[in-house]
Design a protein around this ligand. Structure first.
Ligand code: PLP
Length: 396
């Protein structure tokens, strides 16, 4: 195997997948597992969206589309960006891809050269560092500690910026922390990006899932920052469409053109049927997502209250997305029921083995004193899962 790619051979597997794979296997073996691992809404894709896809299939014209996406879908995206985010883009600024993950990968591919540095907040979404490496650039980690609401500060960003800095990742609402940046905070980041001529990859995939506060797209703060921003968004989380694989980005025309060319050789166009369904998602009835948001909010409140009532663990109230980061630092170094807890992985393993609860260890997001619980699961599961966690923590 001497001749395999050194660069791609060094890409780490997803830590989040290791524990969820084990949980899935236990479930398949008939063990009653409560899983807090989900990274996707536990709702069905709304019916009117599914029907739009069925109609296309029945009509039968399902050919290739333009590599960067169907003009009608790009128009619908432009309308969405204008209406929701106050952003004026034309269809030449938009590239539709196979999920927002693919859009981020493309964005990095369009802007990075070997030696470039890309700033990533810690805790981060698992794929950012690996995608930066795949683009031949270097991830530079900036701590966004809980005391600061899991957000960048001006000082922390300025300390990380140098001549090699090419881009900053901004993810609001955040996976895994649920943090939502305020307008003032986003203004500060925009100012830093403009002053230092650095791109911002603004991952807004959880935009619709905000319970407190308001989503501000950094690109909407002025022409200078708009030119430097690559807005990432998609259908997965807002419309319960994770499996359809449609995401998109909006960027200046030069960047959009490079990405269109890359994509035309790598994947041609994103799935045609899913593109039709996405037009319906963006332009059709928005009522189903409102219901989904209400359900998430109810679970979020329950979860935060319960977690903070359990001894030795705590959490901040997340303002968006569907995750809670639980601080487990008081448990590190303890022995619970014969298990030495020296890391978030140890604790996750302990919960899985003894309480039959699957959680994601913080080490997967670069922070070992935490575990991440998703509330994209029913209230009954949440209640049962937290009962089990409480019992497991109280064991001697
Ligand atoms: N960005 C963040 C922060 C995510 O959590 C996810 C999915 O988990 C994505 C992007 C990618 O979403 P998709 O590729 O399904 O559109």
């Amino acid at each position: 195997y001497n001749n395999l790619s050194k660069k791609n051979g060094a890409i780490s597997p997803s830590v989040t997948l290791a524990i969820t794979a084990k949980a899935k296997k236990m479930k398949a073996d008939g063990i009653d597992i409560v899983s807090f691992g989900a990274g996707e809404p536990d709702f069905k894709t709304p019916e009117h969206i599914r029907n739009a896809a069925i109609k296309v299939i029945e009509e039968g014209s399902i050919g290739y589309t333009a590599s960067s996406g169907m003009p009608d879908l790009k128009k619908a995206i432009c309308e969405k960006l204008k209406e929701d985010n106050g952003l004026e883009y034309s269809t030449e600024n938009i590239v539709v891809s196979n999920g927002a993950k693919h859009s981020i990968y493309n964005a990095l591919g369009a802007i990075c050269n070997p030696g470039d540095e890309v700033i990533i907040p810690v805790p981060y979404w698992v794929s950012y560092p690996e995608m930066v490496k795949m683009a031949d650039a270097k991830p530079v980690f900036v701590e966004t500690p809980e005391e600061n609401g899991f957000k960048y500060t001006k000082e922390s960003l300025l300390a990380a910026i140098n001549d090699k800095t090419k881009a900053i990742f901004l993810n609001s609402p955040s996976n895994p922390t649920g943090a939502v940046y305020t307008e003032e905070e986003i203004k500060e980041i925009a100012k830093i990006a403009v002053e230092n001529n650095i791109y911002v990859i603004s991952d807004e995939i959880y935009e619709k899932l905000i319970y407190d506060g308001k989503h501000i797209s950094i690109a909407s703060l002025g022409d200078d920052i708009k030119k430097l921003t690559i807005v990432i968004n998609g259908m997965s989380k807002a419309y319960a469409m994770t499996g359809w694989r449609i995401g998109y980005l909006a960027a200046n025309k030069e960047i959009a053109k490079i990405i269109t060319n890359m994509q035309s050789h790598a994947t041609s166009n994103p799935n045609t049927i899913a593109q039709y369904a996405s037009i319906e998602a963006l332009k059709g009835d928005q009522e189903p997502i409102k219901k989904m948001i209400k359900a998430f909010d109810k679970r979020r409140k329950y979860m935060v209250e319960r977690i903070n009532s359990i001894k030795n663990i705590s959490c901040r109230e997340p303002q968006g997305a569907f995750y809670v980061m639980i601080n487990i630092s008081k448990l590190i170094g303890k022995n619970l029921d014969g298990y030495d807890i020296n890391s978030s992985m140890d604790f996750a393993q302990y919960l899985l083995d003894t309480a039959k609860v699957a959680v994601i260890p913080g080490s997967g997001f670069g922070t070992d004193n935490y575990i991440r619980l998703s509330y994209a699961t029913s209230l009954e599961n949440i209640e049962e899962g937290l009962n089990r966690i409480e019992k497991a923590i109280n064991k001697k």
